[in-house]
Design a protein around this ligand. Structure first.
Ligand SMILES: *[C@@H]1O[C@H](CO)[C@@H](O)[C@H](O)[C@H]1NC(C)=O
Ligand SMILES: *[C@@H]1O[C@H](CO)[C@@H](O)[C@H](O)[C@H]1NC(C)=O
Ligand SMILES: *[C@@H]1O[C@H](CO)[C@@H](O)[C@H](O)[C@H]1NC(C)=O
Ligand SMILES: *[C@@H]1O[C@H](CO)[C@@H](O)[C@H](O)[C@H]1NC(C)=O
Ligand SMILES: *[C@@H]1O[C@H](CO)[C@@H](O)[C@H](O)[C@H]1NC(C)=O
Ligand SMILES: *[C@@H]1O[C@H](CO)[C@@H](O)[C@H](O)[C@H]1NC(C)=O
Length: 538
């Protein structure tokens, strides 16, 4: 794409204080927050009760034994010896998960072979991989059917031993011929591959990563693999890998099949705050699409890799630890039919919200009360608006406005996106927060078009610290955040102090904007954001 990375000019910015009455925003906010029980969006209690059936899932955050020099050529034997050390850990974890009743386990991307290879140096690490659509194969029971399949055999035997579905990632090779114009010069395709074995060791799925993240060792498959597999305990699962989570294919297309209610997600994700920490985006995907996500990350704190979880739209069981040198197994009960959180409020606009929008738009709002008509004055735009400023957040030039005082309403716009925040703070902390907007192509470490509304805690008290990576915060907010996005694909990011996750009270579309509401935070707010993806503008 040829879009200039310097930003679309910001168009408009105004801040208003709600009429002369200083309490107006707070009162409106309370109205807004208090109405969630009446709103058409789904309420928590009823959802929990519908979660009748569960299964037990496990994900393992693995600290891999890595090749000391991934650029050096090794023999197949040496490669197998290195990978055996990782596979031994996998086998221990399968048995540990089995003791907890796990029916499926997911291991991370690159967990067996490692990373930083070249196309040539990874070759000894690759297994031959037939298509499970063409051959029905149980590598553990039929080991001699194909050569160079030691890793697949070992994984298949583990699935049998643990009596569970097993999902793992490995490098695979597939010979090709000069008759195929896309065949690489060395006569083979090399793929970053997820494999799925059923509880009897049969290979039931193979997904070759589509959105490679600067992986010189691997090829992109000519066609997108849309891979699902069936389980007797929770129906259909979809499969994708790491960076895929930010793209339409295959992640979003898979979900067009409404029977896909669960995702298995091996990843090797380097955390990037404030918007793209591993657990933050995993959870956001589950919430946005109403599916459960079984996410296994690599554990390598010095490379910024940690953060795995079993996420349902409402609840998450996660692990994020930058201090421990060890891997970690998570097991949890997951509803076979994950309950959604995204309310469909387009049909019935919440009356208090209607009133609120009216007051904001500058019209006086009138209410008929028995005999009398009460009007609230329209909100005048104040002259003393907080200043807008620019700051870099994750390499993008955001437009921001500081969030000052105990309560208020702020609006900040960029390109065609306007972000709004109505907030009230039970206590004031000595921290700077800002409301940030971005509408444009993200171009560093991958190119993809985003629209973002974010309430973030800044690194310090200076404006230029907004967008910095921080993990701890004290600021509590009751708030309502919304924006008029040009895409329907919005990921609600919600991170609180100490790398913890919280859930919105309510979110979804309301007329032409997408909103997120929350009150009663249990710990300080690090990031609350609506992260929109415009897939067609990549
Ligand atoms: C960010 O965008 C603003 C407005 O377009 C511009 O004035 C400013 O120079 C940009 N900052 C950087 C670092 O590119
Ligand atoms: C992989 O390469 C990156 C970038 O060159 C480097 O920072 C990192 O330390 C390397 N990791 C390993 C495990 O060699
Ligand atoms: C496996 O490799 C051996 C030795 O190169 C060869 O003799 C055998 O035919 C191969 N088997 C298959 C199934 O390709
Ligand atoms: C093994 O598992 C697959 C996939 O769940 C199933 O279709 C097949 O019937 C099973 N085979 C046996 C022998 O149980
Ligand atoms: C939301 O409700 C409207 C009107 O009832 C309906 O047309 C639309 O399909 C619904 N959307 C979803 C995502 O359920
Ligand atoms: C969002 O709202 C702003 C301000 O009202 C408007 O200028 C802009 O066109 C809107 N964007 C879209 C996509 O409707």
């Amino acid at each position: 794409m040829a879009l200039n990375p310097t930003l679309l000019p910001f168009l408009l910015f105004t801040v208003c204080s709600m009429s002369g009455a200083r309490t107006a925003p707070a009162r409106l906010l309370l109205l807004l927050l208090g109405c969630s029980a009446l709103a058409p969006g789904v309420a928590w209690g009823s959802l929990e009760q519908r979660e009748a059936e569960n299964y037990v899932a496990a994900v393992y955050e693995h600290r891999p034994v890595l090749s000391p020099n991934p650029l050096e050529l090794s023999s197949r034997q040496e490669a197998l010896e290195l990978m055996k050390q990782n596979l031994d850990v996998y086998e221990q974890q399968v048995m540990a998960a089995a003791q907890k009743g796990a029916q499926i386990i997911v291991f991370p991307e690159d967990g067996i072979h490692g990373f930083n290879f070249t196309r040539t140096s990874i070759y000894p690490f690759l297994d031959f991989m037939p298509s499970p659509k063409l051959v029905r194969w149980n590598p553990c029971l039929e080991p001699f059917r194909f050569n160079d399949t030691e890793v697949l055999q070992r994984l298949s035997c583990m699935a049998i031993r643990g009596d569970m579905f097993l999902v793992a990632n490995l490098g695979t090779k597939q010979p090709c011929f000069t008759s195929d114009p896309a065949c690489p010069h060395d006569g083979r395709y090399q793929f970053n591959t997820n494999v799925v074995f059923s509880d009897n060791g049969t290979l039931v799925g193979r997904y070759r990563k589509h959105n490679l993240y600067f992986e010189a060792a691997f090829d992109t498959p000519a066609d997108v693999d849309l891979v699902t597999f069936d389980t007797p305990f929770a129906g259909k699962f979809g499969v994708f890998t790491c960076f895929d989570i930010l793209f339409f294919d295959p992640a979003v297309r898979l979900l067009r099949d409404s029977e896909v209610k669960h995702i298995v997600y091996p990843t090797a994700w380097m955390n990037q705050l404030p918007l793209l920490a591993a657990i933050e985006i995993q959870k956001a995907f589950a919430t946005a699409f109403g599916v459960s996500v079984l996410a296994a990350n690599i554990h390598h704190p010095t490379l910024g890799m940690t953060g795995s979880g079993i996420h349902t739209p409402l609840k998450s069981f996660w692990y994020h630890d930058m201090d421990s040198p060890k891997g970690h197994l998570i097991t949890a009960q997951v509803a076979t039919n994950p309950p959604g959180l995204v309310g469909n409020t387009t049909s019935e606009m919440d009356p208090s919200h209607q009133k609120f929008l009216k007051v904001l738009s500058g019209d006086p709002y009138c209410e008929k009360d028995a005999q009398e008509v009460h009007c609230e004055e329209a909100a005048p735009w104040t002259v003393n608006a907080p200043p807008t400023f620019h700051s870099e957040m994750m390499y993008d030039n955001f437009t921001l406005v500081p969030v000052w005082g105990k309560e208020g309403y702020l609006r900040v716009c960029s390109g065609s996106l306007c972000c709004h925040l109505l907030y009230e703070r039970p206590t004031l902390s000595k921290e700077l927060y800002a409301l940030a907007v971005f509408d444009g192509p993200h171009t560093v470490h991958g190119t993809y078009y985003i629209q973002v509304c974010a309430l973030v805690k800044c690194g310090g008290l200076g404006f230029d610290t907004c967008g910095q990576e921080i993990t701890d915060a004290q600021g509590l907010f009751d708030f309502h955040l919304w924006g008029n996005f040009s895409t329907s694909y919005i990921f609600p990011l919600f991170l609180t102090s100490g790398m913890t996750l919280d859930s919105p009270d309510q979110l979804g579309w309301e007329s032409d904007h997408y909103f997120l509401r929350k009150s009663g935070l249990s710990s300080g707010l690090v990031t609350a954001a609506l992260y929109g993806r415009l897939y067609e503008r990549n």
